[in-house]
Design a protein around this ligand. Structure first.
Ligand code: HEC
Length: 264
C-alpha cells in the first residue's frame, strides 16, 4: 500500500473517506508512539463498553424513588405483624394534633368524675346571646323556645323530653346539661359533632336563664316593668301572656302535651 507504516482497516480509502482512513490506521506491530498518542486497543474499548453497560443494568435495578417504595395498600394483610394487619392501631396515649384536651372542666363538664356546678369561663351578656341563638337553632325544635319540652318535632311524635323547669332539672348542676349535649341522654342523641364545647356552655348558660325566667317572682322584675305587669294583669290579659311563655303557673311535666291539647 501507499503508506507502508499502516495497514488499511475496513473498506474505505483515504481518497473518498480520509477521516476513516486516519481513524482506522493502525501502527505497525511493535512500533511505539508517545504515550498520549497511543491509540486504544479494540478489546479495551469493548471491555469499557461492557463495564458501563453492566453498571447501567445494575444501577437501574437499584432505583428506589419515593413514588416506588415498598408499602402496603390500605388495609392490605401483612405477614410481618402477628395480628396479620398492616393498618396498625394507634399507640396508647396518641393525641391528634389540636386535640389535646387537658381542661376536664371545659371539655367534659366533670372534675375528678364529678359533674361541675360552675362555668369554666365568665358568662357575659354576649355569651348568653350566643347561647340563645344556638339553643333556638339546635334544641328548640324539641325542647321548645321556653324549655318546656313541647317543640315542633315532639308535637309530631318524637318522644317527649322533660321540661327544664321540673325540680330535678332546676337543681341539676350545669355539668349535667353540658354532659347531655356532649354524650346524649336516653333517646336524645349527642350534639358533640355539631356544637363545639364553648357553644355548649353558652347553651347551658341560656338554659339556666330560661329556668330563672320561668320561675321568676314579681320581685325579680325591675320596678319600672313591675308597674306595667300589674296594670296588664288588672286589665285581665296577664293569663294569656303567661300561657304563651309556657309557664302555666305550674311546673311542666311529661303530661304537658295533653294539657296543651286541652288549651287548643
Ligand atoms: C330531636 C329532639 C331533641 C333535640 C333537638 C334536643 N333534645 Fe334534649 N331531649 C330530647 C328527648 C327525647 C329527651 C328525653 C330523653 C330520655 O329521657 O330518654 C331529652 C332530654 C334532654 C335533657 C334532660 C336530661 C335529663 O336529665 O332528664 C336535657 C338537659 C336536654 N335534653 C338538653 C338538650 C339540649 C341542650 C339540646 C340542644 C343542644 C337538646 N336537648 C336537643 C330530645 C331532644
Amino acid at each position: 500500500m501507499r503508506n507502508e507504516r499502516h495497514i488499511v482497516g475496513g473498506h474505505g480509502s483515504d481518497v473518498c473517506a480520509p477521516w476513516s482512513w486516519a481513524r482506522r490506521a493502525r501502527p505497525v506491530k511493535n512500533e511505539r508512539l508517545p504515550a498520549d498518542k497511543e491509540p486504544r486497543k479494540r478489546w479495551t474499548n469493548v471491555m469499557i463498553g461492557m463495564g458501563v453497560g453492566l453498571c447501567l443494568v445494575l444501577v437501574s435495578g437499584c432505583r428506589l424513588d419515593m413514588h416506588d417504595q415498598p408499602r402496603y395498600k390500605p388495609l392490605a394483610p401483612s405477614r410481618f405483624f402477628p395480628d396479620g394487619r398492616s393498618a396498625r392501631p394507634l399507640v396508647k396515649g396518641t393525641v391528634a394534633r389540636g386535640h389535646l384536651r387537658l381542661d376536664d372542666h371545659f371539655y367534659t363538664g366533670k372534675v375528678n368524675g364529678q359533674l361541675v356546678d360552675t362555668f369554666p369561663f365568665p358568662i357575659t351578656r354576649q355569651v348568653l346571646e350566643r347561647g340563645r341563638e344556638r339553643y333556638n337553632i339546635f334544641c328548640a325544635v324539641c325542647h321548645d323556645r321556653t324549655g318546656s319540652g313541647r317543640g315542633m318535632i315532639v308535637e309530631r311524635g318524637f318522644p317527649h323530653p322533660p321540661s327544664f323547669h321540673i325540680e330535678r332539672l332546676q337543681k341539676a348542676p350545669v355539668g349535667h346539661f353540658y354532659d347531655v349535649i356532649t354524650n346524649g341522654f336516653g333517646r336524645m342523641y349527642s350534639y358533640a359533632s355539631r356544637i363545639p364545647p364553648r357553644d355548649r356552655w353558652a347553651i347551658v348558660a341560656y338554659i339556666r336563664a330560661l329556668q330563672l325566667s320561668q320561675n321568676a317572682t314579681l320581685d325579680d322584675v325591675p320596678p319600672k316593668e313591675r308597674a306595667k305587669l300589674l296594670a296588664s294583669s288588672a286589665a285581665g290579659d296577664g293569663g294569656a301572656g303567661a300561657d304563651e311563655q309556657g309557664s302555666n303557673g305550674t311546673r311542666s311535666t311529661t303530661d304537658d302535651r295533653s294539657r296543651t291539647k286541652n288549651h287548643e
